[in-house]
Ligand binder design. Sequence first.
Ligand SMILES: Nc1ncnc2c1ncn2[C@@H]1O[C@H](COP(=O)(O)OP(=O)(O)O)[C@@H](O)[C@H]1O
Ligand SMILES: [Mg+2]
Length: 278
Amino acid sequence: MKSNRRAVSSKLIKTRILLQHSELRKYVPSTYRLTRGRLQVMLEQYGMLYLKPDKGSLGIGVMRVEKRGRTFKYQYGVHSYTFPSFDAMFRSLQRRTGSRCYLIQKGIHLLKFEGRPFDFRVMVQRNPSGKWETTGMAARVAHPHKVVTNGSQGGTIYPAEDLITPIAGAERTVRLLQKMDRLARWTGAQFRNTYPAMNELGLDIAIDRKLVPWILEVNTRPDPCPFTKLEDKESIRKIISYAEGYGRKYNLVCSKAERAPIQETTGILKNAQTPQRL
Ligand SMILES: Nc1ncnc2c1ncn2[C@@H]1O[C@H](COP(=O)(O)OP(=O)(O)O)[C@@H](O)[C@H]1O
Ligand SMILES: [Mg+2]
């Protein structure tokens, strides 16, 4: 395997790597392999969970499961399914998961923009002097009827600070962006301990309603496409140039995610102080 082609597909293995870091582990939602017993216990504990294939990508097969009072429900794609008992729901979930290895993760209640949940893609790369540097941050707003924010599932890309500032205020936004930057750099260093050939990572980070960040997933072969959708081309230029430094060339035919409407991205920050770019 070429050194810059390193990809680790198992989400459970990647989660374990994060949990070995004393700081990063605080930002990883509780994650386990899916079993009937574990699903039942975690539903009682958290009320809302995400189920995802251990070796999945692009939001495919990802489901949101909830217990509301005595009712059980889950959402997959744009459809929602309701059940009168845990057993009935579990049988239906089993038909969907089949023999694939799935994991359960505590569900994070994402921040919302115009009623649609959003999270962040943070790109971190080794710069020409070999240090991990955050080169891009973008917010991804879910398709109006979906519970995943992936561009391939109809998500829309916005500048990260444009969506956090109206919720958190300018100062808190700067601190949150700095925190996501720190988490990304620590994750880079932590993954490189295990995989010495690692040069780039893409973190999926959620911010919950208490403004706490959570690392939902680490992508070891990150897609630069979200950053081509930003008006500001500084990130994508840097991403491409650092990648050239370690011999990675991207396919930049990017049609998946939607670009945010221009009047919205420029309008939101009109009265707010622009936070410093990372
Ligand atoms: N624990 C979670 N809480 C809230 N949303 C989640 C959670 N896990 C995943 N999601 C949503 O589902 C999307 C896809 O999940 P992810 O773990 O990134 O898998 P994939 O490899 O398919 O992208 C995330 O970007 C996020 O929008
Ligand atoms: Mg993802």
